[in-house]
Design a protein around this ligand. Structure first.
Ligand code: SF4
Ligand code: SF4
Length: 249
């Protein structure tokens, strides 16, 4: 018994002390920046882009799957910083623009939601629906609760039943086959509730957007409160987005 206690004490505190201020590996492709306005680079890069994320000197972070092709081919125009703070409460602000007057690109707008902060600021339970995701976003959402990221210490948790949830978090592009289950799950969550989209598939359909297998009509009826880009979304992006939404960042 004493040996077990000794071993446990030897593990120390394993969680990242403050996930909002954590540093991430320099190779992580996070928040993109447009370094210059170049119509020719945009045109050529848009032909490489698998998700039509590049258009008119803009990069749509909600469509980008971070394949890195644009940066590899046009490093003087596109740059991805190792910054995981990419979530937004405003879908339009995920479109990163070249701002000639400021000499830099715009950033996602992430604001506290006063109503959600008041109701769920200390405890926010999420029910995940994997709506035809590839399982990587789901995995990273699960990792947000592991011993390393430990979002449970902030009262953020993924729960097993929609009856126990305060929000629905969608991963995946929403296929026809998952559309009904998604609506049923949303209906089963008691009011008040929030909708969160996690990963580029959930936000825009990602690489599946142009296929015929999706039914995203649910998103025409319900307004998401938070968009978390990534492919997959990083646990730090998820935690940062949720805490900022609840006014705790
Ligand atoms: S990194 Fe994003 S914007 Fe660039 S080519 Fe890939 S998907 Fe398109
Ligand atoms: S956004 Fe990327 S990682 Fe997430 S479900 Fe879609 S393909 Fe998978």
């Amino acid at each position: 018994m004493f040996e077990l206690i000794k071993a446990r004490l030897g593990h120390g505190y394993q969680a990242i002390p403050n996930p909002l201020k954590a540093s991430i590996h320099p190779s992580f492709p996070g928040l993109p920046r447009i370094l210059r306005a170049s119509e020719s680079d945009f045109l050529l890069a848009s032909r490489l882009c698998p998700t039509q994320a590049l258009k008119d000197n803009c990069l749509d972070l909600g469509k980008c799957n971070f394949c890195g092709a644009c940066q590899r081919e046009f490093p003087e125009t596109f740059c991805f910083d190792p910054d995981f703070r990419m979530a937004a409460t405003d879908r339009d602000s995920l479109v990163i623009r070249w701002l000639p007057d400021q000499g830099c690109s715009s950033k996602p707008v992430l604001k506290k939601n006063p109503e959600l902060a008041k109701l769920f600021g200390r405890s926010f339970a999420l029910r995940n629906v994997s709506a035809a995701g590839c399982n990587a976003c789901e995995l990273e959402l699960g990792a947000s609760s592991n011993v390393n990221f430990d979002m449970g210490r902030y009262g953020l948790e993924v729960v097993a039943s929609p009856r126990h949830a305060d929000a629905l978090i969608i991963t995946g592009p929403i296929s026809h086959n998952m559309a009904y289950a998604l609506r049923e799950t949303w209906e089963a969550i008691p009011e008040p509730k929030a909708l969160i989209l996690c990963g580029c598939c959930a936000i825009s359909g990602g690489v599946f957007a142009e296929g015929g297998a999706l039914d995203r009509s649910f998103l025409e009826c319900v307004q998401p409160a938070l968009y978390i880009p990534g492919c997959p979304a990083h646990p730090l992006s998820i935690i940062h987005g949720l805490m900022s939404l609840l006014g705790r960042a």
